[in-house]
Design a protein around this ligand. Structure first.
Ligand code: ADP
Length: 222
C-alpha cells in the first residue's frame, strides 16, 4: 500500500444553488503523480482549490498531517500553507503583472518572514535557475516573457517554501503545443528530485496517461 499524503472524504461544495462537489472522496499517495481527469465544469478545480483551502468545503473532511484542514480557520491554516501549493492554468492571470519576477518568486518568503532580502534574492536566483529561467529574469516583469516561461516562474513560486504536495491545475493546457512537453518534463524532473506528491488536474487523458501513477476520474461533481 502507498502512504497517503492527503485524504479527502465526502467533500461537498455549493456555489449558491450549484452543487459543484457531491460527496467526493480522493486519496493522494505520497511522492507519486495522481491525475484527476474529467470534462470541463465537472468540479476538478473546485477540488484543487478546496485542498489548498482557497475554498472552504461545505461538508466533508480533508486529512493532512494528522489534521482535518477542511474546517480550519484561515489563521490555523496559515502554518500549513507552505506544505500545499498550487500551480494554475494561466500564469498570465495568476502572476501579479506589476511585480518583478524576483518579487513574485520571493513573495512567499516575505509573507512567511523568512530570510533577509539578500538571502531571499539568492534563493530566488537558485529557483529561477532550476526552472530554466535566465538570471536576468529577476528584475524583469511577467509581460516580457512567453507563456511557457511564465509558467516556469509560476512553478518556481510554488517551490519556494518546499511544499510536499502540489496541485497542478491544467498547468500546460494554456501553452503552445511545442512547449507543453518541455514544461511537463520540468514538472516530472522536479517531482522525482524533490520527492513531491502531485495532483495533476487535466481535462484530457492524453496529457496525463504517460506520467500518472494513478488516475482519478471525475464526472458531474462526483
Ligand atoms: P472544472 O475544473 O472541472 O472545469 P470547476 O471546478 O471549475 O470545474 O467548476 C465546477 C462547477 O462549478 C461548474 O458548473 C462551474 O460553472 C461552477 N463554478 C466554478 N466556479 C464557480 C464560481 N466561482 N461561482 C459559481 N459557480 C462556479
Amino acid at each position: 500500500m502507498d502512504d497517503t499524503i492527503l485524504s479527502a472524504q465526502g467533500l461537498n461544495l455549493y456555489y449558491g444553488p450549484t452543487h459543484a462537489l457531491k460527496d467526493v472522496s480522493i486519496d493522494i499517495p505520497e511522492k507519486k503523480v495522481t491525475s484527476l481527469i474529467g470534462p470541463s465544469g465537472c468540479g476538478k478545480s473546485t477540488i484543487g482549490k478546496s485542498i489548498v483551502r482557497l475554498l472552504k468545503p461545505t461538508g466533508g473532511s480533508i486529512q493532512f498531517n494528522g489534521k482535518n484542514i477542511a474546517t480550519l480557520s484561515q489563521r490555523k491554516m496559515r502554518p500549513l500553507r507552505p506544505h500545499i501549493q498550487m500551480v494554475f492554468q494561466d500564469p498570465a492571470e495568476s502572476l501579479n503583472q506589476r511585480q518583478s519576477i524576483g518579487q513574485i518568486v520571493a513573495e512567499p518568503f516575505v509573507i512567511h518572514r523568512m530570510g533577509t532580502p539578500a538571502a531571499r534574492r539568492e534563493w530566488v536566483r537558485g529557483l529561477l535557475d532550476r526552472v530554466g529561467m535566465p538570471d536576468s529574469a529577476i528584475d524583469r516583469f511577467p509581460f516580457e516573457f512567453s507563456g511557457g516561461q511564465r509558467q516556469r516562474i509560476g512553478i518556481a513560486r510554488a517551490l519556494t517554501l518546499n511544499p510536499s504536495l502540489i496541485i497542478l491545475d491544467e498547468p500546460v493546457s494554456a501553452l503552445d503545443v511545442s512547449v507543453q512537453s518541455q514544461v511537463l518534463n520540468l514538472l516530472l524532473e522536479l517531482q522525482e528530485e524533490r520527492k513531491l506528491s502531485y495532483l495533476f488536474i487535466a481535462h484530457d487523458l492524453a496529457v496525463v496517461k504517460h506520467i500518472s501513477d494513478r488516475v482519478a476520474v471525475m464526472y458531474l461533481g462526483k
